[in-house]
Design a binder for this molecule. Structure first.
Ligand SMILES: [Fe+2]
Length: 503
C-alpha cells in the first residue's frame, strides 16, 4: 500500500517537512476537530480562530466552554507574548475568535488553544510587514467545492514557506446538495446537510464539513487568511436584493437567509468583525510601504442583475456593484494609498473586472463587472484623472486563470504590444476544485480564441485547477499560476505544473 501525504496527514495530523509537527495533535483531537486558523493580520495583531467540538451531537444543549489561548514566538510555545481566556457557547456554534494584539510587525508567531484538558494543534501565523519591507508574497485561492474534488491547491499552499498570507476571493463553500454542482459520492465527499443550505443551522453544518478537509485545515494552520465571500457563501448569483438560487416562497425571506449566511461566515472564518448587524466585509490591509490590499464585497451590497441584453438597464449610471458607502470608501482608499506613495495598490475582490464585450453590445454575462459598467467606469475615471498607478486587481469566481491589462476599451486606444492605454492589471485565480470553465477537452483552443477576441487578455488557462502566487517587490509585481492536476485523484499527481503563457 502506498501511503499518500493525505493518508499520512489523516493518521498523524502533522506535516513531515514543517517545523510544527512535534506539537501537532491533528485530527486525532476530539475537542478541536476543526483545527486552528488565523486571519486578518495587521502589523501588530492577528485574529486567532478555533472551534471546540462539543461532547454531544446536541450542540444547542451543550454548556459553554472556557478556552485558553496562547501565542508565542516559537513552535514549542515557550516564549509566550500574549495569552488569555475566552468563553464560547452554542450561541456562536462553539467557535472561538481572539484578536491577539501587541505583536511585532513582519514576524512569525505560533499559537494554540486549550479546553477541557486538551490542546489544539499549534498554528503558525504572521503579522504584516513594517514600513520599508521589500518583499511580500500572497497566495490567491477561490472556488473550493467540496464534492467536486480534493483540495490539492490548499495542500500545496500549506506546504509553502514563502507566503505572507493567503487571500481567499470567495466561494469558500457552495450551497448546493450533492450532485447538483459536483458529485462527491465516489470521493467520499458528500456535503452536509445533503440539501441546499438555507437556515443558520444548515450554513454552520456546511462550514463544519468543509473544515474537516485535511488540506484546508493545514492551509489554515500554516498561514493567515484574508477572506471575502462570493455568491456561494450565500446563494448563486446573490445581490443585496436576492439571488438567482433563492426562492422566497419556499425558502423564506432573502433578508433572513442573508443574515444566517453572514452569521455563520463570521463564526467560521478568521475575519475581524465589524460592529453592528449590517453586512460589512470590505476592509484594507497595509503591507508596510510596499502594498495596500483593499478587500471589496462585490456581492452582498450590489444591485440585482439585469439581463445581459438590456443595454439601457446595464448602462444606467445608478446601477451599483458596491453600494454608495463602499464605493466612496474604495475611492478614498485608492487616493490615500497613492498620496502615501505606497508602491502598489491591490484590489482583492470576487468577479472578473475586465471588459469582455465591446462597448454598446450585449455582454456575455451580467454577473461580473461587465454587468455594472458605471461603477467600473467611475473607478477607471479616478485612476486616470488622479493618475493613480500601479493597481492590480485580484479576482476569482470564473474557475480559470487570467492575466489581463485593463484598458477602458480593449478594441480601441489600447496597444497589447506594450500595454499602452492600460490603467491597471488583473490577475484571476483558478478554482481550487470547482470544475474549470472549459471542461470539454478543448481548453487550449478556447483560450486562444478568447485571447484573439479580447486583446487585453494576455494570458488565459481555462482548463485547470490550482492557485496563484503574487510576488511583490518595490519594482515589480508578478503573478504565477500553479496547477494541481486531477482533483478527483486522492493525491495530487504532480507537485505543480507551470504552463508557459501562449503567445
Ligand atoms: Fe465559484
Amino acid at each position: 500500500m502506498v501511503l499518500s501525504r493525505r493518508d499520512f496527514l489523516w493518521q498523524t495530523g502533522a506535516g513531515l517537512l514543517l517545523p510544527l509537527s512535534v506539537h501537532a495533535q491533528g485530527t486525532g483531537s476530539t475537542r478541536f476537530r476543526h483545527g486552528v486558523a488565523s486571519g486578518d493580520p495587521l502589523a501588530d495583531r492577528v485574529i486567532l480562530w478555533t472551534r471546540v467540538t462539543p461532547p454531544t451531537v446536541l450542540v444547542a444543549a451543550a454548556p459553554p466552554v472556557d478556552v485558553r489561548w496562547t501565542i508565542a514566538t516559537d513552535p514549542a510555545l515557550a516564549r509566550v507574548v500574549a495569552s488569555g481566556n475566552v468563553r464560547t457557547s452554542a450561541d456562536r456554534d462553539f467557535t472561538v475568535k481572539v484578536d491577539a494584539a501587541g505583536l511585532e510587525p513582519g514576524a512569525t508567531y505560533y499559537y494554540a488553544f486549550t479546553a477541557a484538558g486538551e490542546r489544539s494543534v499549534v498554528g503558525r501565523t504572521r503579522t504584516l510587514p513594517p514600513a520599508g519591507a521589500t518583499r511580500v508574497r500572497l497566495a490567491l485561492a477561490a472556488c473550493s467545492n467540496y464534492p467536486a474534488g480534493f483540495f490539492h491547491a490548499y495542500g500545496r499552499i500549506a506546504a509553502r514557506d514563502d507566503l505572507d498570507a493567503v487571500v481567499h476571493l470567495g466561494d469558500y463553500i457552495y450551497e448546493y446538495e450533492n450532485g447538483y454542482f459536483g458529485d462527491g459520492t465516489e470521493l467520499g465527499r458528500i456535503p452536509q446537510p445533503n440539501q441546499e443550505i438555507v437556515s443558520l443551522a444548515d450554513y454552520r453544518l456546511r462550514y463544519s464539513v468543509y473544515r474537516t478537509d485535511p488540506d484546508l485545515q493545514e492551509a489554515h494552520r500554516q498561514h493567515p487568511f484574508i477572506v471575502v465571500w462570493d455568491d456561494h457563501e450565500l446563494a448563486d448569483n446573490a445581490s443585496r436584493e436576492g439571488a438567482v438560487n433563492h426562492q422566497p416562497d419556499t425558502e423564506g425571506t432573502w433578508a433572513a437567509r442573508k443574515a444566517a449566511a453572514y452569521r455563520a461566515y463570521l463564526e467560521w472564518l478568521p475575519i475581524r468583525e465589524q460592529a453592528g448587524p449590517d453586512i460589512r466585509l470590505y476592509r484594507s490591509f497595509r503591507f508596510g510601504t510596499l502594498a495596500d490590499l483593499v478587500m471589496l464585497d462585490t456581492r452582498a451590497l450590489r444591485d440585482l442583475q439585469v439581463s445581459p441584453n438590456d443595454l439601457a438597464a446595464l448602462e444606467r449610471s445608478s446601477r451599483s456593484m458596491l453600494g454608495s458607502a463602499q464605493e466612496r470608501w474604495l475611492h478614498e482608499q485608492l487616493r490615500a494609498s497613492a498620496r502615501a506613495e505606497t508602491a502598489w495598490r491591490l484590489l482583492g475582490q470576487q468577479v472578473i473586472f475586465s471588459r469582455l464585450s465591446p462597448p454598446g453590445r450585449a455582454v456575455g454575462t451580467s454577473d461580473p463587472w461587465d454587468g455594472y459598467p458605471a461603477t467600473r467606469d467611475r473607478i477607471l475615471d479616478l485612476l486616470e484623472t488622479e493618475r493613480i498607478r500601479d493597481v492590480a486587481i485580484l479576482s476569482g469566481d470564473i474557475h480559470s486563470a487570467w492575466g489581463n491589462d485593463i484598458p477602458r476599451n480593449p478594441w480601441s486606444g489600447y496597444a497589447p504590444r506594450n500595454g499602452a492605454g492600460s490603467l491597471a492589471v488583473e490577475f484571476v485565480t483558478p478554482a481550487v476544485s470547482s470544475s474549470p470553465l472549459f471542461w470539454d477537452g478543448r481548453a487550449e483552443e478556447r483560450a486562444a480564441a478568447l485571447m484573439q477576441n479580447v486583446p487585453s487578455v494576455r494570458y488565459m488557462d481555462g482548463g485547470s485547477n490550482g492557485y496563484t502566487v503574487v510576488d511583490i517587490t518595490p519594482d515589480r509585481l508578478q503573478a504565477d499560476w500553479y496547477f494541481v492536476g486531477n482533483v478527483w485523484a486522492r493525491a495530487a499527481i504532480r507537485p505543480y505544473a507551470w504552463k508557459k503563457p501562449a503567445g
